[in-house]
Design a protein around this ligand. Structure first.
Ligand SMILES: Cc1ncc(COP(=O)(O)O)c(C=O)c1O
Length: 459
């Protein structure tokens, strides 16, 4: 069957219903309704198997397709590369792998080395393995614990879940490996310490308290999202990041920044951490690196981290003994190179900043009209609106009602997202992350759909 010209959509839906196990989905519903099958995309628009067109405000559902759908130049770059050389194990180099690593690190002052794999979870696993190996080779078996923050997410594999601060993702998948320790979240709207004058400092100091409790000798690293994504679109409070950086230096922690969502333009800078003047030791990224045109993730390190794995060439166990078979696929860096060129040539960082401001302003205007909007948060085209049933008490709006708002926007032709299976009782934040070349008209179409959906669901 030639899938590109295969037009018996009914047969496709039946094959899907009978054989595909969808991600994050309860399948009982598909006994009475058809599973959704997406067949085409162009720019920010997608069409499903019924021919229905939707404006995608979530870049492929999970903040991924940063440069939009139907990019012929990326398809051509991947095709040309596949015909020239599709694969060789990552113990050898490749042309696109070398060139992309050079261009990427040019955008990340202080970072020099790129380790390729294929998903955000895997990129984080590599970072954890680096920390664990450094604990053995440099710290005599100490500093093996890795801190993570409540509400952050770092992936779906067991170790990544062990470092996940979203209970509904972790539940029932334990027991987890040892040595992943939570620190408090930094969402001031849900302050754990009541009203404090300097919440950012308080939340950062909470990390120090955990380090002191665990013993500084035992803690080797902390992993943090610059802006928490699926945990509620949490932008860091004033004063948070400088203090975090200070604490890392004071106790000799490697700072791992998870840029899987924030990376490659999403916040209006190449990387989210650059918005907050952070100097990381390890940076992981995936989704927007090639906008979903190929599977690729990167674990990027400083030369100092890299050096620790080559200082003892006589010891056959001291280098980084890790492999990712598909980390050697050349389609990833070939697509990533063209993805980066598009962002540069089309001025998409500036557009992200401008359109992000418009989206925030629109949602803040909606908040004047809809008391159900408790708080609007975001950076660039990475925006969330937390819904509450009562502004005074800040009680979260019931998840079913939040889902009804998402459904209401969908009825109006706009796909938005919401936090889901994340923090118990707090799956109440609407999420927007459109492609970086979104226009003002499209931003306004998104906010109008949300406005009407809120009126329909909440009055
Ligand atoms: C911040 C963050 N890190 C890591 C991941 C895991 O990425 P992947 O699904 O590619 O394994 C995700 C996925 O949503 C994410 O949001």
């Amino acid at each position: 069957m030639d899938t590109a010209t295969f037009n018996d959509i009914g047969a496709v839906i039946e094959a899907d219903r009978a054989h595909v196990w969808h991600h994050l989905s309860q399948h009982k519903q598909y006994e009475s309704i058809d599973p959704r099958v997406i067949v085409e995309g162009k720019g920010l628009r997608v069409w499903d198997a019924t021919g229905r067109e939707t404006l995608d405000a979530v870049s492929g559902g999970v903040w991924t397709v940063n440069v939009g759908y139907g990019r012929e130049s990326i398809a051509n770059a991947v095709r040309d590369q596949l015909l020239k050389m599709n694969y060789f194990a990552g113990s050898a180099g490749s042309i696109p792998g070398a060139i992309y690593a050079e261009k990427l690190t040019e955008k990340m002052p202080g970072m020099t080395r790129v380790y390729y794999s294929n998903s955000g979870s895997e990129a984080n696993e590599k970072a954890y393995k680096m920390v664990r190996q450094i604990a053995h080779t440099v710290h005599g078996g100490k500093k093996w614990k890795i801190l993570y923050r409540e509400r952050d997410y770092h992936g779906t594999t067991i170790a990544a879940l062990a470092s996940g601060g979203q209970e509904e993702r972790r539940a029932m998948y334990g027991p987890f490996p040892e040595g992943f320790i939570p620190v408090p979240h930094c969402l001031e709207y849900r302050s754990q310490w009541g009203e404090v004058a300097d919440y950012g400092l308080r939340a950062a100091n909470a990390i120090e308290e955990v380090i002191l409790r665990e013993g500084p000798d035992s803690v080797g690293a902390i992993i943090l999202e610059p802006v928490t994504a699926g945990g509620g679109v949490i932008t860091p409070p004033e004063g948070y990041w400088p203090r975090v950086q200070e604490i890392c230096k004071k106790y000799g922690l490697l700072l791992i920044i998870d840029e899987v969502v924030c990376g490659v333009g999403r916040t209006g800078a190449w990387f989210g951490y650059q918005q907050y003047d952070i100097q990381p030791d390890i940076v992981t990224m995936a989704k927007g690196v090639a906008s979903g045109y190929a599977a690729i993730s990167c674990t990027v390190t400083t030369e100092a981290v890299f050096e620790m794995f080559k200082s003892n060439p006589d010891d056959p166990m001291s280098y980084f003994r890790d492999i990712s078979t598909f980390g050697g696929c050349t389609a990833g860096p070939a697509a990533a190179l063209e993805n980066m060129r598009i962002i540069e040539d089309e001025g998409l960082l500036a557009n992200t900043t401008a359109m992000g401001e418009r989206l925030m302003a629109n949602l803040n205007t909606l908040a004047e009209k809809h008391a159900v909007i408790g708080q609007v948060r975001g950076k660039g085209l990475f925006v969330g609106a937390e819904l509450v049933s009562d502004r005074g008490t800040r009680d979260p709006l019931a998840e079913k009602s939040v889902a009804a708002v998402v459904g209401g926007a969908m009825k109006r032709g706009v796909q938005i997202g919401m936090t889901n299976r994340s923090v118990p009782g707090f799956n109440n934040t609407l999420c927007l992350s459109p492609a970086l070349m979104v226009t003002a008209d499209q931003i306004d179409q998104m906010s109008t759909a949300i406005d009407e959906a809120l009126t329909e669901v909440c009055g």
